[in-house]
Design a protein around this ligand. Sequence first.
Ligand SMILES: *Cc1c(COP(=O)(O)O)cnc(C)c1O
Length: 415
Amino acid sequence: MDAFFIDTKFYHLKMTKLSSEQLLNISQQFGTPLYVYNAEQITAQYKKLTTAFAETDTKFFYACKALTNINILKHIKSIGCNVDCSAINEVKLALMAGFEPANILYTSNGIHFSEIEEAQSLGVNINIDSLSNLEKFGEKYGHSYPVGIRLRPNIMAGGNLKISTGHDKSKFGIPADQLDQVLELVNKYQLFIQNLHIHTGSDIKDVAIFVKGIEVLFDIIPHFKELSSIDLGGGFKVPYKKGDAETDIPLLAQKVKEAFDNHPNPNGKHLQVWFEPGKFLVSEAGYLIAEVNVIKETTATTFVGLNTGFNHLIRPMFYDAYHQIDNISNPNGYVKEYSIVGNICETDTFAWDRPMAEIREGDLLVFYNAGAYGFEMSSNFNSRLKPAEVMVKEGKTTLIRKKDTLEDLIRNQVI
Ligand SMILES: *Cc1c(COP(=O)(O)O)cnc(C)c1O
């Protein structure tokens, strides 16, 4: 029934998975479509990181654009994790969730300088990603406010070009080959550079990519005398299907430690290592449950039409992402091939000719790995309503966002 994690390697994970029975009960209580998050799973992922990196001075910032529900942010805070933001509103949400400014990082990209001014006034850590904004920052704040620089290491990595951010055609960061211009600005304005940041992409399985990133940074570190941290971004891979690998976190921790042991900071200052995991913390904690509206037999395939679509989970259509799907109403049904599709007036295919336990109208299907970039990338396309979200924590299931209503669709329209 739970064909997803039968590997013994994943046994500890299975312990924190919600069972099909639990998911069925929850969907009876709250209806479908429904996003369900298991707080314990987030905690377990965070512990994997802190355990592996116990011997290195590390600080983890949850890249909250993966899932920003304030209850999730509060849970993240409660387990001792910090938060990384990609937009000023995420910074404000993090403050609302109770994070101290010192534990909030704003890694900006392509933003107007006024947002950086706002972040500065809120007292949070800032990574700047353009020479233009770095110059404006220098003019306004000089040495008075520590700041980080987002560099583009010119490394190709990630599961898909759309989620690769460190290569030489990526818009993200200041290209490492423009270091001279960065240094000119640092000298001109006496900038207090506290952090050097790189983030090469998402879905990165290969530890060597992170090590390559560290090597790029080690060449640059000596130029920054006041540096107190280096920031290796996020992008750890998680398994989406059986046989998929997760980034080997213990190996990564060992490599990072070795790299630092071999490269003492020539400026004599201790450097803390920062990471910004998004997907790694919340992907597997999330489930999307949907109901089967219609079954349509055709000569090409058997379509299963759900009461959801790419308006709720866009990853399959946007990134060609694979999501494991189970029929939790009929787990032991005879296996047949089905094409699972949404109810949107656009092609929105979740899976094509996927072997599934027999599906009947009214059955409930669950999408795994729906925690990261699931609800967060949802929309009201087709004037459909965004689904409710619930969180399971310490045996209790709580509604953490109500389903949209028709009024929500019309709220800001001027009639
Ligand atoms: C999106 C993002 C992350 C998180 O990426 P994941 O693949 O979800 O781990 C980390 N840092 C920055 C700057 C990002 O933009």
